[in-house]
Design a protein around this ligand. Structure first.
Ligand code: KG4
Ligand code: ZN
Length: 354
């Protein structure tokens, strides 16, 4: 089976073709085209929804053609179309969702609406064929949560941020330091030359029994430190970046540890592994720390390649394929859902309450 997947919930227009492998052994990515709009948003220091929606309209049909060409398949050889129906920016979602539905209608093929967060969580099955149940840490510019993934459509949130998302914290601190947007990669690069022990920034929620996150206090602590300085040298900037990243790493490790404990206590089972997804999952310091935690806990750690952690069409196509194979596809009737918690009951999402 070959599925074409469309992703337009944020600032990446992405289209991919993914095929199933015989015997259900993960998936095969036949093409994975991503067009980042970062350059168009950079001047504003963040994603501007109206610019994003227009850019998706400009790019999408071209990208669909490119994804088919690089996969070497015709539209008629596609068995189903999947598109992200949320959560995210409504204007962008409508572009991808409507294009996906129209294509499916014209081709007479099934349409599958995909939850963007579900797609991040299921990527570890595409790349590493990870068996259920497992724990997913989703960390991006818009989301920071820990989810127990028991099966397709069977997700339970273990914790989430009560304020800023992890990527948001990286971006805001980067802005304070005068670094370019998006700030995550800039901070990671600078942190390599900085002293992570120079500033003792807070590690909010550390040691709490739940698996929630709080990151706005950490951001404020960085601001206060900067206000205390008369001038900020390159050395200072690197040290702040390193000290901030060290705090984030400690928070991530502690919260994932809490999630593993919660999973064990509530299910009486061990998860088969921990997976990470979302743009912040590209951060090498976070990856290394979580790999260490998992090896100490005797758990498998799956960190998909960077291109499959940040927003992409392959994860949407794969989640669509998994849903179709499980007979759990939500189709044409699915509306665009700017908010769509992974663990919402279908009745809540259908009435737009979630
Ligand atoms: O998943 P993503 O591409 O878009 C959404 O937010 O949905 O994530 C983008 C976020 C940005 O906040 C960016 O600063 C952050 O991911 N990011 C990183 C790194 N690369 C991207 N944060 C920390 N370290 C990185 N290497
Ligand atoms: Zn994402």
């Amino acid at each position: 089976m070959r599925v074409l997947g469309i992703e337009t919930t944020c600032d990446e227009t992405a289209v991919a073709v993914v095929g199933s492998r015989l015997g259900g052994d993960g998936g095969e990515i036949l093409s994975n085209e991503v067009l980042s709009q970062i350059a168009q948003h950079a001047a504003y220091g963040g994603v501007v929804p109206e610019i994003a929606a227009r850019a998706h309209i400009d790019a999408l049909d071209r990208l669909i053609k490119r994804a088919l060409d690089s996969a070497g398949v015709e539209l008629s050889e596609i068995d189903a179309i999947a598109a992200a129906a949320g959560p995210g920016l409504i204007g962008g979602i409508l572009v991808g969702l409507t294009a996906g539905k129209a294509l499916a209608l014209a081709l007479g093929k099934p349409f599958v609406a995909v939850n963007h967060l579900e797609a991040h969580a299921l990527t570890a099955r595409l790349t590493d064929n990870l068996e259920f149940p497992f724990i997913a840490l989703l960390i991006s510019g818009g989301h920071t949560q820990l989810v127990a993934v028991h099966g397709i459509g069977d997700y339970r949130r273990l914790g989430s941020t009560v304020d800023d998302a992890a990527g948001e914290a990286f971006d805001k601190v980067a802005k304070m330091l005068g670094l370019a947007y998006p700030g995550g990669p800039e901070i990671e690069r600078l942190a390599l030359r900085g002293d992570p022990a120079r500033f003792e920034f807070p590690r909010p929620m550390l040691g709490r029994p739940n698996a929630d996150f709080s990151l706005s206090g950490l951001k404020t602590a960085v601001r206060q430190e900067l206000l205390k300085m008369e001038s900020v040298s390159e050395r200072d900037t690197a040290d702040i970046a390193a000290s901030f990243q060290a705090a984030i790493v400690d928070v991530m490790v502690d919260r994932v540890r809490a999630a593993i404990r919660m999973f064990d206590e509530t299910t009486g089972m061990r998860p088969n592994g921990v997976v990470i997804g979302g743009g912040v999952a590209a951060n090498d310091a976070i990856r290394r720390a979580l790999a260490r935690l998992c090896s100490e806990s005797g758990l498998r750690f799956v960190s998909p390649p960077q291109g499959l952690c940040s927003d992409n069409g392959a994860m949407i196509a794969w989640a669509g394929l998994e849903r179709l194979q499980a007979g759990l596809a939500e189709g044409m009737e699915t509306p665009a859902r700017p908010r769509w918690p992974l663990d919402a009951k279908p009745s809540e999402t259908h009435h737009g309450k979630a």
